[in-house]
Design a protein around this ligand. Structure first.
Ligand SMILES: Cc1cc2nc3c(=O)[nH]c(=O)nc-3n(C[C@H](O)[C@H](O)[C@H](O)COP(=O)(O)OP(=O)(O)OC[C@H]3O[C@@H](n4cnc5c(N)ncnc54)[C@H](O)[C@@H]3O)c2cc1C
Length: 403
């Protein structure tokens, strides 16, 4: 059959590839002039924001394998994540894999037997309340391990983050190899988006950039046409659509669709700085404005998740001072001058849904006949990430079976 995938973010790319591999004739429609969506390269080649994958993200890693880009994602800190505590002025290595916590040199700060029990409890299904409530009795462990993990995985402050969202993350981290942390060696353009587009090209997928879906015509329980600025595409038994859109856009096109209402932003600061590292390095920071820093040979990117209160250019010198201290403590090569180098700020206002306590499940995969939904918010039981985006895209394509 003919499948029209709308939205060329990671969910749409995965949906298009899966559908094409199943023998469908696929057209991918994207409103903007570029693919990648919230995981994209900017016009100057830099990333909109650092993206990290874990070994637990099996669908995302498999997608990279299929598009021939798995080898381009590397593990910058195989010995454990260096974490610099700005308040204590101390650097330590922390393993994400709980099996490695037997080694005191890789153990998260403040981990006790009771703290470990709290982790096990938090990993059980059907847990209610916030993450902060669950770890309140273990403040050092909360600050030094749980909070950074929750900010990275849920993009939500611990005081608001729902334990029900953290559970699946913890359960997946228990698998062997799940705690390996990977980053794109050269960036999201060369290591994700371009290889994905090349793979789609090999499968004969037609890409239409600058082609925004304006509306959907429907009759009863059927979607009958996709409405674009330059015409209408009828939908029927032999022609169907996958909407791989962010929740607010899906709700605009399908009024009444239950979608996440609240979102959280992510602020990334990109410093032009020739550090002299030969390969990417990745460090965590505690107790400051900055949370993660990715040091590439010619740039340093700092991530501030759930970044509602961080504003404007004024944050750049503060962040530079923090990352400079961490870089010196970790003995990273290169000069680290006191004065901040040129910096570009990229704030993604609606980076992900807020993963709070009031949790509504995603809507039906196929709310109308001839139409399925995808997107990072559509993966059942997973927080909105690349993994969820890939899973949702594949699931939507599978809903239309083999050609
Ligand atoms: C700064 C930042 C850092 C992040 N870090 C991580 C990380 O470290 N690890 C991780 O796993 N995840 C991370 N994420 C989350 C991850 O980027 C998203 O979960 C994922 O990219 C969402 O993909 P998607 O395809 O569901 O949605 P999107 O990427 O939003 O794709 C939707 C696409 O649809 C297009 N579109 C919208 N409306 C229309 C229309 N009407 N017609 C046609 N096209 C339309 C959009 O332009 C877009 O290209 C991060 C996100 C951000 C913003």
């Amino acid at each position: 059959m003919s499948l029209h995938v709308v939205g060329a973010g990671v969910a749409g790319l995965a949906a298009a590839l899966e559908a094409a591999a199943r023998g469908h004739a696929v057209t991918l429609h994207e409103a903007t002039g570029f693919a990648g969506g919230r995981a994209r390269a900017l016009p100057d080649g830099g990333d909109n924001g650092t993206h990290v994958l874990l070994g637990a993200n099996t669908a995302a890693l498999d997608f990279l394998e299929v598009i021939g880009a798995r080898h381009r994602w590397i593990e910058p800190e195989p010995e454990g994540l260096p974490v610099f505590d700005l308040e204590a002025g101390r650097l330590r290595q922390v393993a994400l894999d709980p099996r490695r916590w037997r080694d005191p040199a890789r153990r998260p700060p403040g981990l006790t037997g009771a703290g470990l029990l709290a982790v096990l409890r938090a990993g059980l299904p059907f847990q209610g309340g916030t993450v902060e409530q669950a770890f309140r009795a273990h403040p050092e462990f909360l600050r030094g391990f749980v909070e950074p993990l929750v900010l990275a995985a849920l993009n939500t402050p611990v005081a608001e983050a729902g334990l029900a969202w953290l559970g699946p993350v913890l359960r997946r981290l228990a698998w062997p190899g799940a705690g390996r942390l990977l980053v794109a060696r050269d960036g999201l353009g060369p290591d994700l988006v371009q290889p994905a587009l090349a793979a789609l090209g090999r499968h004969g997928v037609r890409l239409r950039l600058g082609h925004r879906l304006r509306g959907i015509e429907r009759q009863g329980g059927r979607a009958t046409a996709l409405v674009f600025g330059d015409g209408t595409l009828p939908l029927d038994r032999r022609t169907a659509a996958i909407l791989a859109l962010p929740p607010w856009e899906a709700a605009r096109l399908l009024p009444g669709l239950p979608v996440p209402a609240l979102h959280a932003s992510i602020l990334n600061l990109h410093f032009s700085h020739a550090s002299g590292v030969a390969a990417p390095r990745f460090l965590g920071l505690l107790g400051g404005a900055s949370q993660w820093m990715l040091v590439r040979p010619d740039a340093v990117a700092v991530t501030i998740s759930a970044a509602a209160c961080r504003t404007g250019e004024a944050v750049a010198p503060l962040v530079w001072a923090e990352l400079r201290r961490a870089a010196l403590a970790a003995d990273l090569p290169g000069p680290w001058p006191e004065e901040a180098p040129p910096c570009r700020l990229v704030r993604e206002q609606r980076a992900t849904p807020l993963h709070g306590v009031a949790r509504i499940g995603p809507p039906r995969l196929r709310p109308l006949r001839h139409l399925a939904l995808a997107g990072d918010w559509m993966a059942p039981r997973l927080p909105a990430t690349l993994e969820a985006a890939v899973r949702s895209g594949r699931r939507a394509a599978q809903a239309f079976g083999q050609a």
